[in-house]
Write a protein that binds this ligand. Structure first.
Ligand SMILES: [Fe+2]
Length: 547
């Protein structure tokens, strides 16, 4: 991605632990990619594939690199941590390590449009017991002003408490999004019981005690609460409601307390907890905060970028600021690479047998947006692959599965045929930015799908496949400046159907990482009932028919 940074150094950020990734800043270029996209193992640790990917894209060799910066969760890393890089025989004088939460803070503030801001970081675990931390930032300086009590167990932090209830429902810590999706189906069974407390120093602690599901199980037992048999998913919906509701409330309290202390109306958020768009929306609605910035990589996929930005602003004291407008930090594939796959040449991408023997056809379109919009208006489901991939867990129109947002059954269709997700999880509406107010009760754009808004009553029937049971949508707003092709596609769909919305979900199957290369995309196309695949200006379809 081209930026207005001006690094005269080549800076590598990487992170150790789950959601491994690598970022390189060189000149005004930033390339960043999670390891899982390349080794095809969801939530993978490691950074070697992503390191080589970034180096290749920027055309650099290890000798060109000036600084490596790493971070970790759990224990602090040694100052000159080299990890897997040791095998490359690099000079350990070029390595530094930083704090996990500080990396999150850098990743959000230095990609935000704000000069002065409060920063809140909340995740499952930073270094040692750190789970909540608060900062004030101004003029490119970040100062820590508080957080959880370091003596308190990490299992009593907000992230781990949300996770233990997620475990209660039968899912892993990484699947907290399922709990958020399930919550609106539940009810407040125990309105007088809270799980969190906060003191005047803004130190938060939950009453859960114990690892994994034991924390929530013990808490429920002590308070005579019955949320059903552990691990029964949908049946545990009141547990999901409980933890979602109490987490919203404690974060609102925290934001209000911090605001009363510092009186700063700009807020930058990071840490996996803020993938929870319902919370982000309530902060804007229920506190004095006027402007909020949540990057699409607010979970640990943003650690390597935070680390690289620390090198740029703190270590080298560079000054140019960059305001994030889109999430496309991956490399773009050339027409030659795309044709390598479509023509099954295998000069670069070695294809599995089932793809080599699969009968698909393709053509290059001279007006891809118009042609694909027509296909979508006919009720087809497509894989949409354009340019560089998105950083973070959300597909934002470069590696997406798309279809019309109606009828309601479209959601079940995608689920049964392709995604195989739980029926209670919603799919997102991608909407033209200028039509946002017409469809949703949202006042500000949501380019990274991290704000959730209520649909307006008169629009419910127009986009039912993208709405949740509580008539909300996990909205992505799309404008022409930041995402030309995706914008034009939705606009053409609007011209045909009078609906400025497409259903957008990530281009992957349940349990798999989002596709990265044209090869990944064609494999998934051949292995699923996707009707069409679109790669750049190429339309690919199955069988003999012409289109
Ligand atoms: Fe984190």
């Amino acid at each position: 991605m081209k930026t207005n940074l001006d690094a005269d150094k080549t800076i590598v950020g990487f992170n150790v632990g789950h959601n491994g990734s690598c970022t390189i800043i060189k000149g005004n270029d930033i390339v960043s990619i999670p390891e899982e996209r390349l080794n095809r193992k969801k939530y993978s640790d490691g950074y070697m594939y992503s390191f080589l990917y970034c180096m290749e894209e920027l055309g650099i060799k290890t000798k060109d690199i000036d600084l490596f910066i790493s971070s970790n969760y759990g224990d602090y890393l040694p100052d000159k941590y080299m990890g897997d890089f040791k095998v490359l025989g690099l000079d350990n004088q070029k390595f530094i390590s930083i704090d996990h939460h500080l990396s999150h803070a850098y990743s959000t503030y230095f990609m935000s449009p704000f000069n002065e801001a409060m920063i809140i970081v909340i995740d499952g675990q930073g270094n040692l017991n750190m789970t909540e931390s608060y900062y004030i930032a101004s003029d490119r300086n970040i100062t820590r002003v508080g957080g959880n009590n370091s003596e308190r167990s990490k299992y009593k932090g907000i992230g781990r408490t949300y996770e233990t209830f997620t475990n209660y429902c039968g899912w892993s810590a990484q699947e907290a999004g399922k709990t958020m999706g399930l919550a609106p189906y539940g009810k407040d069974k125990y309105p007088n019981i809270d799980v969190y407390e906060i003191n005047e120093k803004c130190e938060i602690s939950s009453k859960c005690n114990g690892k994994y599901y034991h924390g929530s199980y013990n808490f429920c037992k002590e308070n005579n609460m019955d949320f059903g048999k552990i691990g029964t998913g949908f049946e545990n919906k009141d547990a999901a409601y409980f933890i979602q509701d109490r987490t919203e409330k404690i974060i609102i309290k925290l934001v209000r307390q911090l605001y009363n202390k510092y009186k700063i109306k700009n807020l930058c958020l990071a840490g996996g907890v803020f993938l929870n768009g319902v919370i982000n929306n309530k902060i804007l609605k229920e506190t004095e905060i006027e402007n909020i910035f949540v990057p699409p990589f607010c979970d640990d996929t943003g650690q390597s970028l935070g680390n690289a930005l620390y090198g740029y602003y703190n270590y080298y004291k560079c000054s140019n600021r960059f305001c994030l407008k889109n999430a496309y930090f991956g490399r773009t594939y050339t027409e030659e690479e795309i044709l390598d796959v479509l023509e099954k040449k295998q000069n670069k991408f070695i294809l599995p047998y089932e793809v080599k023997s699969f009968d698909f056809k393709y053509k290059k379109s001279t007006n891809i947006e118009k042609e694909v919009a027509k296909i979508l208006s006919e009720g087809k489901i497509i894989g949409w692959f354009q340019g560089g991939s998105e950083i973070g867990p959300r597909a934002l129109g470069h590696r997406s599965i798309l279809c019309a947002p109606y009828p309601k059954e479209m959601k079940d269709n995608i689920n049964e045929k392709i995604k195989h997700r739980e029926m209670f999880r919603p799919f997102a509406p991608a909407i033209l930015e200028e039509n946002l107010n017409e469809y949703f009760e949202l006042n500000i754009p949501s380019p990274f799908m991290l704000n959730i808004g209520k649909v307006k009553k008169e629009c419910i029937d127009k986009i039912p496949a993208t709405l949740h049971v509580d008539e909300t949508g996990r909205v992505q707003t799309v404008n022409q400046r930041d995402n030309d092709k995706f914008y034009n596609l939705i606009k053409e769909f609007y011209n045909i159907t009078n609906v400025p919305v497409l259903l957008n979900t990530s281009f992957n199957r349940g349990g798999e990482p989002i596709v990265e290369t044209p090869k990944d995309a064609i494999i998934m196309f051949c292995q699923t009932p996707l009707d069409y695949l679109v790669i750049d200006d190429y339309i690919i379809w199955k069988g003999d028919d012409n289109i």
